[in-house]
Design a protein around this ligand. Structure first.
Ligand code: PEP
Ligand code: MN
Length: 288
């Protein structure tokens, strides 16, 4: 059998179609530094917080709670990609300011979505990690713009995207000059109707083999149901994920977006101990 360096032999560019994003036989993995936090190294990291930043008080309260439970990063949307134009669209720059205030108050790094190329500069002023949402994974002008930012990028898999398309999207960011990309499996569309999406656990070892980039999992969007989030979080760590992006809310029933899949702060705190044991079982540590 022919020796190959890539599973994507049919690509028009030949042997290594995505030379910056793919391993090319390298055993070393990329570590993305966010302040003094190292993502993709021996420690696993959890980025937690609400789907949307709803108010200054809400994000501060949740930031303190997830920090106490062991998260290292804070999530929260300021610009929200919503199916309906009548749904809450995010508080924009106010929300970015509140996120920055929550970072000052807790020491958590901030991860938030940027949807428009024209706002990459603004979001980069406040955020530590720029999130590219599932719906934007192949927004090539946006990828080219975040490639020019000095901020690391959390690149979420499109809901109907192949792993090759995800790796190709990462290649846009790397080739544009930003080497700090974290891939994120967030569930894909299938015929399974009991969950919002289907968590593709295969994606984790597959991406680890194909690419040297860190791989995160989002058990919240992958399931759409908060009661499945602890189990899928454990599955993600068991499969080799470098971290989790988890939706946590102080009052999930009244959340302005994604309440059904948001953990309350108590449940989030209680899921840490079993996660710690899974981390140890795969020779990693879950560090607060
Ligand atoms: C989110 O993280 O709140 C979000 C919108 O996720 P996704 O892009 O994966 O749907
Ligand atoms: Mn959400």
């Amino acid at each position: 059998m022919k020796e190959t360096t890539t599973p994507y032999e049919s690509s028009e560019t030949g042997d290594v179609p995505y030379p910056l994003a793919m391993r090319k036989g390298e055993t070393k993995s990329t570590v993305v530094s966010v302040g003094d936090v190292e993502i993709g190294g021996p420690s696993l990291h959890i980025i937690a917080g609400p789907c949307s930043v709803e108010s200054r008080e809400q994000i501060l309260e949740i930031a303190h709670a997830v920090k106490a439970a062991g998260a290292t990063g804070l999530r929260g949307g300021a610009y929200k990609p919503r199916t309906s134009p009548y749904s809450f669209q995010g508080h924009g720059e106010d929300a970015l300011r509140w996120l920055a205030e929550a970072r000052e108050a807790t020491g958590l790094f901030v991860c938030t979505e940027v949807m428009e190329p024209g706002r990459v500069g603004l979001v980069s002023e406040y955020a530590d990690i720029l999130q590219i949402g599932s719906r934007s994974m192949q927004n090539f002008p946006l990828l080219k713009e975040v490639a020019k930012s000095t901020r690391p990028v959390l690149l979420k898999r499109g809901m109907s995207s192949t792993l090759e398309e995800l790796v190709g999207a990462a290649e846009y960011i790397l080739s544009g000059g930003n080497p700090n990309v974290i891939l994120c499996e967030r569930g894909i569309r299938t015929f399974a109707m009991e969950t919002r999406n289907t968590f593709d656990a295969n994606a984790i070892p597959a991406l680890k083999e194909i690419s040297h980039l860190p791989v995160f999992a989002d058990p919240s969007h992958a399931t759409g149901k908060r009661e499945y989030v602890p189990a899928i979080s454990r599955a993600a760590f068991a499969a080799g994920a470098d971290g989790l992006l988890v939706e946590v809310h102080s009052d999930p029933e009244h959340a302005l977006s994604d309440g059904r899949q948001s953990l309350d702060v108590g449940t989030f705190a209680r899921m840490m101990e079993p996660l710690n044991r899974i981390a140890n079982a795969v020779d990693r540590t879950l560090q607060p």
